[in-house]
Ligand binder design. Structure first.
Ligand code: GLA
Length: 402
């Protein structure tokens, strides 16, 4: 189905660029004159379900997109890390690795510089490099462009220096870069998705044990389309609201006398305990996390038993919970979900950190064009900036491209 022809006027989340690895190599050549030693690519992700559960030691179920970030890179032996981005050509950075401290450089370059800092802090002797970044994933669309940038850089630097780092550890180090160097208190979902996902599968991650398993999600074989609707409202995890939700979850866990809200999920009668919390805000936040963990496990059970057509209501229930209990939805997301469900989608929900970004809608192939038209029409009626729609499929995790 061509979603654009069906009513989506925009470019979608960005087409998968043909010859994207070549694009990154060209950008490298333009930036530094010469060929890169290699090009590494790391995808963005869509989270199918399991939102704001990762930092509560809970369950998440993301899958990797075909779109992502590419890093063309080569070694330099003087301990200097040079960074250029095709998407931010006016903001190059050049830093000595032995002088890296959190906060410098700032802006986009903090993410790759933070990765070098985290690797070195963990004892991995990465040295200098020239890195040229190119992306076909927009920032702020809640599809994990930051994690993709971190993971592409991490693969490039470790391979350039012949270091064999387990991907789980690499995900943890990329998260450390984001938490401690950039200063954004995100969980482990996005980096894990970018590094560990497999084509045709979602990734079930138990954020407490670190255990992962691949869950079949072959949408095409099921006659299903997963639409990603970029609502054109931009979010920033650093604006304080994400951190505030995190703190509420910690406060709720404390009020319940548990180490994390995951303990409530695991305990019999857990939800009743949540309902007895006296603070109504903490009660709502905790209710979302505990019920969301249960929805992830139910979704996985349906996908594993061949009942994938039945996951739709769980997706929609997740959205309602994020809207009413976690209170992180936004008008364009609610309008998208309403229009999708109203036009026969099986389920729909916001995805990612909230307050902006993308919505996903699961639709039978033959209804997808109608759903796309309904969403676009709903935006026009409400006077919202036109959304961008595309259909996506679970793709492979990060890898060397050339
Ligand atoms: C952002 C964070 C993740 C996760 C989601 C919400 O994407 O980076 O760690 O917390 O929000 O589920």
């Amino acid at each position: 189905m061509d979603v654009h022809a069906a009513g989506g006027p925009g470019r979608g989340i960005g087409p998968v660029s043909a010859g994207a690895a070549d694009g990154a190599a060209h950008w490298f050549a333009e930036s530094y004159a010469g060929e890169p030693d290699g090009v590494w690519q790391a995808p963005g992700r869509v989270n199918l379900i399991g939102e704001h559960t990762d930092y509560n030691d809970g369950f998440v179920l993301p899958f990797a997109l075909a779109q992502g970030v590419r890093a063309g890179a080569s070694r330099r032996d003087d301990g200097v890390l040079e960074l250029r981005s095709h998407q931010a050509p006016d903001a190059p950075a050049s830093v000595r690795l032995d002088t890296l401290v959190p906060g410098r450089p700032g802006g986009w370059a903090a993410y790759p510089a933070g990765v070098a800092w985290a690797l070195r802090g963990a004892g991995y002797p990465v040295g200098g490099a020239r890195v040229a970044i190119d992306a076909d994933l927009e920032r702020g669309a809640a599809l994990s462009s930051s994690a993709a940038l971190e993971c592409a850089t991490a693969l490039a630097l470790t391979e350039l220096y012949g270091l064999n780092v387990d991907r789980r550890e690499l995900a943890a180090l990329c998260r450390r870069a984001e938490n401690d160097f950039v200063g954004v208190p995100s969980g482990i979902m996005d980096q894990s998705a970018s590094l560990l996902c497999e084509q045709g599968h979602a990734l079930l991650l138990d954020c407490r044990s670190g255990e992962t398993s691949a869950v079949p999600l072959d949408l095409a074989a099921l006659g299903l389309i997963l639409l990603v609707v970029d609502t054109r409202v931009r979010h920033a995890l650093s604006d304080g609201r994400y951190a505030e939700r995190r703190r509420s979850c910690e406060d709720a866990a404390r009020a319940l006398g548990v180490a994390s809200l995951r303990d409530v999920t695991d305990a019999p009668g857990g939800i009743e305990r949540v309902e007895r919390l006296s603070d109504p805000v903490l009660r709502r936040r905790a209710r979302h996390v505990v019920t969301e963990n249960a929805r992830v496990l139910e979704t996985v059970a349906l996908l594993r038993t061949g009942e994938s057509m039945r996951i739709g209501p769980l997706l929609t229930a997740s959205h309602v919970s994020l809207r009413d209990d976690f209170e992180i939805s936004w008008p364009q997301a609610d309008a998208t979900v309403d229009a999708a469900i109203g036009s026969g989608a099986l389920g729909a929900r916001m995805t990612g950190g909230g307050f902006g970004g993308a919505v996903i809608a699961l639709v039978a192939r033959e209804r997808a064009a109608d759903t796309a038209t309904s969403i676009t029409a709903a935006f026009a009626r409400a006077g919202f900036t036109a959304p961008r729609l595309s259909s996506v499929a679970p793709s492979d995790g990060a890898r060397r491209d050339r």
